[in-house]
Design a protein around this ligand. Structure first.
Ligand code: CP
Length: 302
């Protein structure tokens, strides 16, 4: 396994191996070991052709903590703007002896295409509406830390499923790990062929989706990917699909609430719930750092 492109590559053993590194790094870092030299001498290039705060920063910081040289390349300031192709851009980065290329791109399949062309380890940091494997791993690790297991948990994934790479990666990974998955959103935001995802329940009724769940994962409305109208107004979406206190009460008493971020406050959830007592949103962000350290380590040990 040279690259991490899709959660389809992750079986239970690989999941356990990456989780082992995650726990090791989190433990060491929390005990004050903020410089770990496992990537000393490695270079990490981060071409991000779409906006990012959490993913780019945590992959960069993870590389720096581990002693790598990290270089950011943004779409708006690279020669892509002058018309250079993705292929030529990536061959150029490889020629600079990159050990890792962590790429985010608006095109589904971009990371896969790049991985076939280069010797560097390629990590998919999000490709269009296709996949976001490191997000799925950090979500699974966060759930495991809180619930002690994933097998048998009842998990609802709610929102703009159609445009969400997080939904696609979360559904597949959490299902592979034995969770019961309910997917919920407006009919217009559910993929036409939901059966390919092998989830347990699909509903357009959020109250049914939340009832007695252990975990509720809310997804951002991806306005930038919506080429037509999928709902009448944000206010209507919020009324029909937004999280409020009444809906929290439908969940199990010890249920947790997650969101990959960034949150559209007042749309996917009421503003005061974003960092409320059930919310794991900031823990997801923190765990993103240790997850990305674990992914680097796993890939260099292959
Ligand atoms: N969750 C996530 O991918 O966030 P960013 O777009 O900020 O990286």
């Amino acid at each position: 396994m040279k690259d991490l492109i899709s959660v389809n590559q992750i079986n239970r053993q690989i999941f356990e191996d990456i989780f082992h590194f995650f726990k090791e790094y989190k433990n060491r870092y929390k005990n004050g070991e903020t410089k770990i030299s496992d990537l000393r001498g490695y270079s990490v290039l981060l071409p991000f052709f779409e906006e990012s705060t959490r993913t780019r920063t945590s992959f960069e910081l993870a590389g720096k903590i581990m002693g790598a040289d990290t270089i950011n390349i943004s779409g708006s300031s690279s020669s892509i703007k002058k018309g250079e192709t993705l292929y030529d851009t990536i061959k150029t980065l490889e020629a600079m002896q990159s050990d890792f290329i962590v790429i985010r791109h608006s095109m589904a399949g971009a990371a896969h295409i790049v991985a076939k062309e280069v010797k560097s380890h390629v990590i998919n940091a999000g490709d269009g509406a296709h996949e976001h494997p490191s997000q799925a791993l950090l979500d699974a690790f966060t759930i495991l830390e809180h619930k002690g297991k994933i097998e048998g948990l009842k998990i609802a994934i709610i929102g703009d499923i159609l445009h969400s790479r997080v939904a696609r990666s979360d559904m597949k990974l959490l299902k592979m790990l034995g969770a019961e998955i309910t997917v919920c959103g407006p009919q217009t935001m559910l993929p036409r062929h939901m059966e390919v995802f092998d989830v347990d329940y699909v509903t357009t009724n959020i109250d049914d989706a939340l009832k007695d769940k252990d975990v509720a994962i809310f997804l951002r409305i991806q306005l930038e990917r919506q080429k037509k109208v999928f709902f009448s107004t944000l206010n209507e979406y919020s009324i029909k699909y937004g999280l409020n206190q009444k809906r929290i009460d439908l969940l199990k008493e010890d249920a947790v609430i997650m969101h990959p971020g960034p949150v559209n406050r007042g749309v996917e959830m009421q503003s005061e719930l974003v960092y409320g007592e059930r919310s794991l949103i900031l823990e997801q962000v923190e765990n993103g750092l240790f997850t990305r350290m674990a992914i680097y380590r796993f890939l260099i040990e292959q």
